[in-house]
Structures are given as structure tokens and as C-alpha cells.
Design a protein around this ligand. Structure first.
Ligand code: G6P
Length: 466
């Protein structure tokens, strides 16, 4: 266990810790936190005795004592119930999240939310400043903590500071609606290196910086207030080896066979795995499926759609509504096309351990990843990592970061329902032999850009920053 005086040479700062405490009856246990950020970063931290992860435990109130997970240290930050509403549900998830996802729902701007955002960012920065050894590397993550680099730079000029944004950076025309646009850019420019998922995100960011600060940008080097910040695209990957190992695990494979049987052994299994979020395009996917059944282009006898919708941000504007819409549509499709004891859509509003998800990837003939906007989308990569025989079709939204890398997927515009229908129908009818070249090429990409390589690339570049 770390003492109060212990200092760390590598500090990760993210809103959530990699695990959160949940209660099962009288017993509290630790489960992995939701989302792609944690699943990508955890393998990078695993077994690193010089590393500490600073974040929130998922439970409002005092942070509690530091503890160890997977051979690295976790340092909880306290977030009160009030801050949870104003900082997390408010500014992070009802202002920044929708604004950065193309304003798919209208972002709300409240000064009290902004004040809480500043206070909580200050607390994360103070924790990181306390824990970092002289000259340490600090890596800050995601939209919840965009002021931390600037605050930390002021407190600890000796540190090497990196920031990575896991979600898209929006077009400048959208970003400039933000009342605190200059403060956020200033906060980010406290970093030595800023990483984004895609070249488009990098361009959007640079355009916003030029407009808001007038800073000089040469190539990907921003000069502002006497400091230099580098910017670049670092597309994130997955722990490909671990996922592939799970896919080869006999227990996971026999569970896969069991699931297929439970579904009634349909000829084709279509699968969606998402947090229940309005950015994920679940509604359009269900609409397309419903119309394909109604037009008899797909048959309920041959096909089953499994939709996993992991519960998420239920108190935030837009999330209750998407849940109602999705559940109503699932009910309608099953009411119209299911038969006794055999629904055509199997909808689970639950989170699942990775082993169970891998079992599902194994039986998915068609994987539907159709977000309206997504920074990367690691589900797409996990699916590909689970197809060693090169079978299966990935239907992938062109508005995901993953589409930049997985160019041989069946790319779709999720706003175009007819296009989505054509893509789904063609995917269902594709033979394994026809699917093979595309999957083979995607597997090469997913194997070569793992989470570990992503971190190495980012940290190597950060290491060269003056
Ligand atoms: C996305 C974000 C992460 C976030 C995750 C889960 O992947 O980029 O920062 O942690 O969603 O969302 P939640 O609100 O539950 O942390």
C-alpha cells in the first residue's frame, strides 16, 4: 500500500478509476468501469509498480484509501453528490458530451455547472501534483478533465504532461458556441502533447485554437503564451492478445454455443453492443431491422438480433428518452415478428463481463456498429479480434474513428436508413468466403495497433517534447 509520501514517476489522471464498487446484496465488490477509455488503458497500466491512476470510484462522497488493482496503484478522488450532478451529469455529460458529438442533443450551458467543473478539475490537478515524483510523466484523459493540464503546469512546471481526448473534437463552428471556449483551450494548452483519435479531430482542434487564441501553428506545433504544445492523431487500440485468448478459451466457446442454442439456433445472428447512449445509433439500427422484416427482405425465422445496451448516465438529459424509444421499438418488433418463446430481438439492458461479450462476438455473423458519432469505438475492434477464421461481417458507421482504420468494413451512413438496410441485408447474405478478405485486412490492422502500441506511441512522442 502506498504511503502518503510515496511519489510516482507515471501518473494517469482520468475521471473514473478502472474499477468501481458495486453492491450485491450485503457484499461490495469491484467491477471494471464502463467504456472504452478504461478497457484500453487498463492493460497499459497492468503490472507497472511505478504507476498510479488518479480517478473517481463511481460512488459519491469521500474518495477512500488508495488500493491496488492488477499490480498498479489506484488513488481515489472525492466527488460529492452535488458535484456529481453539476460536474459529471451536468457540464461533462450534458454540455461537453453532446457538443463534442455534433450537438446530437442540444448542449446546455449553465454557469453553476461550469463552476463545479473548475472546482473538480482543480481537485484532480492537486491530487496529481501531490502524487507525481519530480520530473514525472502525467497523462490526463478525456473531456471531464480539460483544465487539469493548465492547472498542473502552473503548480508543477517540472512535469511532462500529456492529454488524450477519447471523444471527437467537433467542427470549429460548433465548438465556438461554448461560453468558456477560451478557458478550455488554455487548459488544454498546458499539456506538452495533445492526442486526438483522428486526423479530423486534430484539424478541428487546431482550427479552434487559431480562431480563439490567435496562436501560431506550424505543422502540428502550437505556440502560445511562450510555450509549445504538440498535437497529433493517436488512434486507440485494444488489448488484442487478451481478447484473442478469450476467444480461444474452451469455456468461452462452449458458452457461445450455448447462447446460440438459447437463441433458437438461427441461421444468422446480428449483434449490437453499446452503452445505451443517443450517440450510438441504436434507434436507426432497430428501425432498419424492423423495415427489413416488414418488407420480407429478412426473415424472423432465420435471423436473431441481439442488442446489448449497457446502462449509462440514466440521470442525464437525453438518456431516459433514448431508453424509452429503444425499448418501445424492441417491443414493437417482437410483437409484430416474434413467435411464442422466440423473440426476434434479444435486448439486454445490462452490463456484461468481457468473457460473456466475447462469447457473443463469437456467434455474431453480422456485427452492427452504427453510431451517429463516435471518437473511436472499440467494440468494432474487439469483434474483429474475435474472428481468427476471418468469418463475419462488420457493418460500421463512417462517423466512428474506427472507420478511418477499418476501411474494409461495410461502411454505412447511419442517418441513411435505406443505405443501412441495404448494408444489413447484404451482410446477412454474405458467405464466409466472400467475407474473408475484408476481415483478414481488418485483423491485420487490429493486431498491429493495440492499446499497448497506442500508449507507447503517445508516450514516446511525449518523451521527445522539450
Ligand atoms: C466514453 C468516454 C469515457 C467514459 C465512458 C463511460 O468511453 O470517453 O471517458 O468513462 O464513455 O461513460 P461514463 O459516463 O459511465 O464514465
Amino acid at each position: 500500500m502506498a504511503t502518503d509520501e510515496q511519489k510516482w514517476s507515471f501518473v494517469v489522471v482520468a475521471n473514473r478509476l478502472p474499477v468501481r464498487r458495486v453492491r450485491e446484496g450485503a457484499v461490495a465488490k469491484l467491477v471494471p468501469s464502463p467504456g472504452g477509455l478504461v478497457s484500453a488503458l487498463r492493460p497499459v497500466m497492468s503490472g507497472n509498480p511505478d504507476a498510479v491512476w488518479v480517478g473517481w470510484s463511481g460512488v459519491p462522497g469521500p474518495g477512500g484509501d488508495p488500493f491496488e488493482v492488477d499490480g498498479f496503484q489506484c488513488h481515489p478522488v472525492s466527488v460529492s453528490q452535488g458535484e456529481l450532478q453539476l460536474f459529471y451529469e451536468g457540464f461533462s455529460n450534458a454540455t461537453l458530451w453532446p457538443l463534442f458529438h455534433d450537438a446530437l442533443v442540444p448542449p446546455e450551458y449553465h454557469r453553476t455547472w461550469w463552476d463545479a467543473y473548475c472546482a473538480v478539475n482543480q481537485r484532480y490537478a492537486a491530487n496529481a501534483a501531490d502524487l507525481a515524483a519530480p520530473g514525472a510523466t502525467v497523462w490526463i484523459h478525456d473531456y471531464h478533465l480539460m483544465l487539469v493540464a493548465g492547472l498542473l503546469r502552473a503548480a508543477r512546471p517540472d512535469l511532462r504532461i500529456g492529454f488524450f481526448l477519447h471523444i471527437p473534437f467537433p467542427a470549429r463552428e460548433l465548438y465556438i458556441r461554448m461560453p468558456w471556449r477560451a478557458e478550455i483551450i488554455d487548459g488544454l494548452l498546458g499539456a506538452d502533447l495533445i492526442g486526438l483519435q483522428t486526423a479530423l479531430g486534430t484539424d478541428n482542434f487546431c482550427r479552434a485554437v487559431t480562431r480563439i487564441t490567435g496562436a501560431k501553428i506550424t505543422g502540428k506545433l502550437i505556440q502560445h503564451n511562450g510555450r509549445a504544445t504538440r498535437v497529433g492523431a493517436f488512434p486507440i487500440g485494444i488489448d488484442t492478445e487478451r481478447i484473442a485468448e478469450l476467444a480461444a478459451d474452451p469455456a468461452v466457446q462452449s458458452r457461445a454455443a450455448e447462447i446460440r442454442q438459447t437463441l433458437g439456433s438461427p441461421r444468422t445472428v446480428l449483434l449490437g453492443v453499446d452503452r445505451l447512449d443517443y450517440t450510438k445509433g441504436i434507434e436507426a439500427r432497430l428501425r432498419a431491422f424492423r423495415e427489413l422484416l416488414a418488407e420480407q427482405r429478412l426473415s424472423a425465422e432465420d435471423c436473431a438480433l441481439v442488442q446489448i445496451a449497457e446502462p449509462s448516465r440514466s440521470q442525464v438529459t437525453g438518456y431516459g428518452e433514448i431508453r424509452r424509444t429503444v425499448e418501445q421499438m424492441v417491443g414493437e418488433v417482437n410483437g409484430n415478428f416474434g413467435v411464442m418463446g422466440r423473440p426476434v430481438v434479444h435486448y439486454l439492458h445490462q452490463s456484461h463481463p468481457i468473457e460473456e461479450l466475447v462469447s457473443m462476438y463469437l456467434i455474431a455473423d453480422v456485427m452492427l456498429v452504427t453510431p451517429l458519432r463516435d471518437g473511436m469505438n472499440l467494440v468494432a475492434k474487439e469483434y474483429v479480434a474475435c474472428r481468427p477464421d476471418n468469418s463475419g461481417v462488420l457493418v460500421l458507421s463512417e462517423f466512428t474513428g474506427a472507420a478511418q482504420e477499418l476501411g474494409t468494413a461495410d461502411l454505412v451512413n447511419p442517418h441513411d436508413i435505406e443505405g443501412l438496410k441495404t448494408a444489413m441485408e447484404s451482410a446477412v447474405h454474405r458467405s464466409d468466403a466472400e467475407a474473408e478478405p475484408a476481415m483478414r485486412s481488418m485483423r491485420r490492422t487490429v493486431r498491429s495497433n493495440t492499446a499497448q502500441r497506442w500508449a507507447e506511441r503517445f508516450l514516446a512522442r511525449l518523451g521527445t517534447c522539450p
